[in-house]
Write a protein that binds this ligand. Structure first.
Ligand code: PMT
Length: 218
């Protein structure tokens, strides 16, 4: 069995996509299945942590020993993340949060009238940056989903969002989103580590090993 070296600690994990409503029957979303975030929640629980999983809509069963809270939009995920983070020591943002939402959600179903339809979108709040501002002492882990310049973009997110660790994955062309396997490149202020392609469960165990060692050394 894994060592219970996170016993007594509360970890919050976000996972899955968000849904940003357009009208009563339509929404904007992305290809996240939630598998990687759920695997991280399960790996943290296996190390003895109390785990709260804040999940967008997925088809997955709740991992053993994990408390799950379901949300739809980025704004809902933010509100519940802030509340859970207030009594946590570790926060892992694995959710694929929509960067934009509809500026106005139509009250009635949008009618098929013109030959084209223009959607006006507004930027969503950044969950990791907002949680960090509220909880300066929290150990925070982000993900970075990139189609180019993986190291540069991941290191930028690590520093802009004031994270302790970031897990970067290549996405697009059938990679990472809604797959069984993944590979991660980890970056933290003083180092980096490659986690080679393996099941999302195995990748999550190795990510949690790094979280434990950085958390204990902080
Ligand atoms: O769910 P799966 O099918 O298993 O796929 C896994 C995954 C590819 C979704 C996952 O491994 C992953 O990369 N998750 C993060 C996806 C993402 O939105 O990355 P990003 O580079 O756009 O965002 C960077 C970080 O900021 C992420 O930790 C994200 O949760 C966070 N973020 C983004 C936008 C926002 N408004 N608030 C945020 O907190």
């Amino acid at each position: 069995a894994a060592p219970a070296d996170l016993a007594g600690l509360h970890a919050v994990v976000t996972a899955g996509p968000t849904r940003e409503p357009l009208d009563p029957v339509r929404f904007l979303t992305n290809r996240s299945s939630g598998k990687q975030g759920y695997a991280v929640a399960e790996a943290l629980a296996a190390r003895g942590a109390r785990v709260t999983l804040i999940s967008g809509p997925t088809q997955l069963a709740t991992p053993r020993g994990v408390t799950r809270i379901d949300v739809e939009s980025a704004e809902q995920m933010l509100g519940l993340s802030l509340a859970a983070a207030a009594e946590a020591q570790i926060f892992v943002g694995a959710a694929a949060v929509a960067d934009y939402r509809a500026s106005e959600v139509a009250g009635e179903k949008i009618k098929k009238t013109g030959e084209s339809l223009t959607l006006v979108l507004s930027k969503n709040p950044d969950i990791l940056a907002t949680v960090r501002a509220a909880q300066p002492g929290l150990f925070m882990v982000g993900f970075a989903a990139e189609t180019e310049k993986l190291a540069e973009h991941a290191r930028g997110k690590l520093s802009n969002k004031k994270l302790n660790l970031i897990a970067a994955n290549w996405v697009g062309n059938g990679k990472a989103f809604d797959t069984e396997d993944n590979a991660l490149q980890l970056y933290w202020p003083e180092g980096e580590q490659e986690i080679p392609a393996a099941s999302k469960a195995e990748v999550a165990r190795q990510l949690v090993d790094r979280i434990v060692s950085l958390y204990q050394a902080r």
